[in-house]
Design a binder for this molecule. Structure first.
Ligand code: LLP
Length: 433
């Protein structure tokens, strides 16, 4: 991994000293390098522009949903994908153009769909028959037309962790292709005057490193539409582009995935005599993952001779559950001296009451002391997004850094926040004699 340092030998993030951030905002602290986020957003767009194909890059905001990130996405001219009323509300609160939102999810409620339709969400990605029926009723009741895509289970098993693989046939997402459900949904959607079916969607999984799954997915969606005798305006191949968490990961550049999808669909459009459909992609992790890191303060250590040394920090599974949930690996760096000679191999553990509360399984580090600052790298995706108040720990703050400047974009939760929604139990005031 490459780190930038300054004259004090401190880690820097887009020109800002990590120690300044830790001192200013406290730890644990999520820090995002906004220049890096913009670069990735631009890299995705650039390849479509170069190939001169119609496209939409829609940031899968489940990876990290805050007002600030919707504002950056909007500034960069990219769309956003949402999967709940809460993400929709956050995007709207940020001033995000609802026309540039797409709404995914396998069990959207009547209320969520009503909110989406009435707020003018650009595209609803319909996942099941109940939703198709409800959308028909809601749009009719409000006298509006709604653009939709149909989500298909493509039956493509991507090589990734079972829990984050979504494209295989045995999946709760989307209309099954192999048993004719997708065609039935197509017939229903095209006969509903309030719904405008613009295309098909399929997502094969997450943290994927090779292009063949994306090519197969794009080809399958095009073939399916052609088989139905239909020329779609949109082919949405989802997200899932892998990133580097440690040096064991070898992702391709953004442009390689996009280029493979473009070539596949250009060939299909040629063969079928179609206008080039708009290619939609939904990258989440690849946009925010590498741009984020988490700063922790080192506390207690436990040495078990001839076995292992545990180094505990002031956060853990409440701010990053991915190691506990997916055995995910991360790299850590000593922020107050990243280039110091390494002296020992440790396991970085959190402060939560659970043995699986690990942040880094194995890490060579310099000698450290309580009070040192450790940065766990590439935590920008599904870290804050999946954070919890387990053990009644407040969730950390989030800081954005850009070109030497820094700003808090999510406040640290306080103890008062933790009990803000609690209510005293009235009946508890009558003790038994
Ligand atoms: N589009 C759809 C329909 C999705 O289901 C997902 C992720 C994405 C896009 C974005 O995928 P990405 O580009 O971020 O890989 N919590 C897990 C990841 C779950 C991903 C679920 N769907 C993790 O921490 O690895």
């Amino acid at each position: 991994m490459n780190y930038s340092t300054n004259a004090q030998s401190h880690l820097t993030i887009d020109g800002v000293d990590a120690m300044t951030l830790a001192n200013t905002y406290g730890t644990p602290l999520y820090v995002y390098d906004v220049s890096k986020i913009r670069q990735t957003m631009r890299a995705f767009k650039a390849i479509f522009e170069r190939e001169q194909v119609p496209y939409v890059v829609s940031y899968a905001s489940k990876a990290f949903s805050t007002k600030a990130i919707y504002q950056v996405a909007q500034q960069e001219g990219i769309h956003a994908d949402i999967v709940s009323g809460g993400e929709l509300y956050t995007a709207l609160s940020a001033g995000f153009n609802p026309q540039h939102l797409s709404f995914n999810g396998n069990n959207k409620s009547w209320e969520e769909l009503t909110l989406a339709v009435t707020k003018g969400v650009g595209t609803i990605i319909v996942d099941n028959f109940l939703e198709l029926q409800w959308l028909g009723e809601i749009t009719a009741a409000h006298g509006v037309k709604q653009n939709i895509l149909l989500r298909i289970s493509p039956g493509i098993a991507a090589h990734t962790h079972e829990f984050i693989s979504t494209g295989q046939q045995d999946s709760k997402f989307g209309f099954d292709l192999l048993t004719g459900q997708a065609k039935r949904a197509f017939d229903l959607a095209t006969h509903d005057n309030n719904l405008t079916l613009r295309g098909l969607h399929a997502h094969i999984g997450s943290q994927i490193f090779d292009v063949t799954g994306f090519e197969k997915n794009a080809a399958l969606l095009a073939d399916t539409a052609h088989h139905w005798g239909w020329e779609p305006e949109v082919i949405n191949v989802g997200g899932g582009f892998g990133i580097r968490y440690t040096n064991d990961d070898t992702p391709l550049p953004e442009s390689a995935y996009a280029a493979a999808i473009i070539q596949t669909l250009k060939a299909k459009a040629d063969t079928f005599g179609w206008q080039m459909p708009a290619i939609w992609i939904e990258p989440g992790r690849s946009i925010v993952g590498p741009a984020g890191q988490t700063l922790y303060t080192i506390g207690a250590r436990k040495e078990i001779p001839d076995l292992r040394t545990y180094l505990a920090v002031d956060g853990g599974m409440g701010d990053n559950i991915r190691p506990a949930l997916y055995q995910a690996n991360y790299d850590a760096v000593l922020a107050n001296n990243p280039n110091a000679q390494t002296a020992e191999v440790v396991r970085v553990a959190g402060k939560y009451c659970e043995s699986g509360d690990v942040l880094v399984w194995e890490q060579a580090l310099p000698h450290t002391q309580p009070g040192d600052i450790l940065s766990v790298q590439a935590t920008g995706a599904y870290g804050y997004a999946m954070a919890s108040n387990y053990n009644r720990n407040p969730r950390p703050a989030v800081a954005f850094v850009e070109d030497g400047g820094h700003q808090l974009v999510v406040e640290r939760e306080s103890y008062a926040d933790l009990v803000a929604l609690d209510r005293d139990y009235e009946l508890a005031s009558t003790p038994q004699a």
